[in-house]
Design a protein around this ligand. Structure first.
Ligand code: AMP
Ligand code: MG
Length: 465
């Protein structure tokens, strides 16, 4: 639905992504001017652009909402980047839209900077994601539990098509509309599907494949999305919606941070199951396109859905093999046993996921002391190390896939608190460190360390604030 942003009384640039602006062919200097900031908060619209608020449906924590919004977001338009790819430029926190329901349509500085930091960290880790172009403080107060400074995030995505977009189209009962949506998704994200015998089944399988790979990537870095509702799952395979997400420190499949995820539906270890569940909802939405005969459509979709788990398992196993620095020739079953035993060791010892793999590379190079400092069960670890070393792990290869720096919760909170109070120095430093996560820097030890004990256990994230 065509829509416009609300006025921002006093726009101030808090974070700006110069490299991304360049990729998009945007003039960074011009965007920093007062007129440029008006564009970044949506109050000045370029000639010919027609911003829209996009409706979608979705299952939130398993319950279906026929119309969710975008309640506080505007699609400004599409840009062609320097690689020739069409990208959406989108604003979050730009005011109420017709889909806002009871919400105020606004966003606070802290959560928008949080999305900026974490999504850019994910990008630097090599994980498909929406990107952050800018966060602009609006100068308007936002009422939450307290009164907070408001902000707009300018976000870039290869599109904002979600599983929920298909659920919305399906719910109209207009099969032609659903087909047009599917054709757009195929052309934009999965063009090979157009040549398949059954293009819409091929579209489903392509989304399934990119999601299996994506969720495996999350698991490998310890990312907990926190709100894997069907409206927060993209058709492109990019991570979207950085509300309550956070990174796991001590390895535990039950890790969950979100204050509203009381049942732990979206806990770390359940993410592949949540993804599979969401894909079943996508398949349901696509059924009328998959086959005219409903029974046959279901049978085909079910067969395809069964390929999710093996695809995910293979992606995860490949990733774990790489994290352990093991050559392609190492026996699959031997590596699988090593991984199982390692996970048990890490969980029992509450070992920090990120530090462990990074320090393990030193053990591959002959110095096991750094990793031994992380583990209490030294007999167990030493036995495991001996089996692992017998497979000739490559320490240099490990350093290329195991990050030193992830957006640790205490560091993110510290930087956001300072930025909300007007001091951007810590935020800039954090962004800088997270921009090269595999490169160890002198004098930045604190960025590599887990949260102090009194912080970690109680840490909770909040959604949609
Ligand atoms: P999420 O759970 O963050 O994916 O949000 C689900 C829906 O709620 C989206 O359509 C959002 O645009 C909408 N929403 C979240 N916060 C607000 C708000 N403050 N005002 C209006 N809509 C909101
Ligand atoms: Mg969302």
């Amino acid at each position: 639905m065509p829509w416009q942003a609300e006025e921002a009384p006093d726009p101030r640039l808090l974070a700006f992504n110069e490299p991304l602006a360049a990729e998009l062919g945007l003039d960074a200097a011009a965007l920093r001017t007062p007129e440029g900031l008006r564009l970044l908060v949506g109050t000045a619209v370029p000639d010919g652009a027609r911003p829209v608020a996009q409706a979608y449906s979705g299952h939130q924590f398993g319950g279906y909402s026929p119309r969710l919004g975008d309640g506080r977001a505007l699609l400004l338009g599409e840009l062609v980047d320097d690689a020739g790819t069409v990208r959406d430029l989108h604003l979050k926190g730009s005011g109420r839209t017709p889909f806002a329901r009871g919400g105020d349509g606004l966003a606070a500085v802290g959560p928008m900077l949080r999305e900026y930091v974490v999504s850019e960290a994910m990008h630097a880790l090599g994980i498909p994601t929406t990107r952050a172009l800018a966060v602009v403080a609006t100068g308007r107060a936002v009422r939450r539990e307290t009164v907070l400074p408001g902000a707009v995030l300018a976000r870039v995505a290869s599109s904002h098509l979600r599983v929920g977009s298909f659920q919305y189209a399906r719910a109209t009962d207009d099969v032609d509309l659903l087909r047009r949506l599917a054709d757009v998704a195929i052309a934009r994200h999965h063009p090979a599907a157009a040549d398949a015998a059954n293009p819409y089944l091929a579209l489903f399988e392509a989304v399934l494949a990119v999601q299996a790979s994506l969720v495996a990537r999350w698991m490998l870095v310890g990312f907990v999305h926190g709100v894997m509702n069907t409206d927060n799952m993209t058709i492109s395979g990019e991570t979207i919606d950085y509300g309550p997400c956070a990174f796991m420190e001590a390895y535990d499949p039950d890790t969950s941070f979100s204050s509203i995820d009381e049942g732990g539906r979206y806990r770390y270890g359940y993410q592949p199951l949540a993804a599979e569940w969401n894909l079943a909802r996508l398949a349901e939405a696509l059924l009328p396109l998959i086959d005219e005969d409903p029974d046959r459509a279901v049978a085909l979709a079910v067969e395809s859905l069964k390929t999710f788990r093996p695809r995910y398992d293979a992606a995860l196993a490949d990733g774990m093999r790489a994290k352990l620095g093991l050559p392609a020739g190492a026996d699959d079953a031997v590596v699988a046993d090593l991984v199982t035993d390692l996970l048990a060791l890490l969980q029992a010892g509450h070992v920090d996921w990120t530090s462990f793999f990074r320090r393990l590379a030193d053990a591959a190079r002959g110095d096991a002391e750094p990793v031994r400092l992380l583990v209490l069960d030294l007999a167990g670890l030493d036995g495991w190390l001996e089996r692992w070393r017998a497979l000739s792990p490559d320490g240099a290869a490990m350093d290329r896939v195991n990050p030193v720096y992830i957006p640790r919760n205490h560091l993110v909170e510290e930087a956001l608190d300072a930025a909300t109070g007007g001091d951007l120095a810590l935020l800039d430093e954090l962004l800088d460190v997270l921009g090269s996560p595999f490169e160890e820097r002198p004098d930045h030890e604190r960025y590599a360390e887990p949260a102090p004990r009194d912080f970690g256990a109680a840490f909770r994230t909040f959604c949609g604030t």
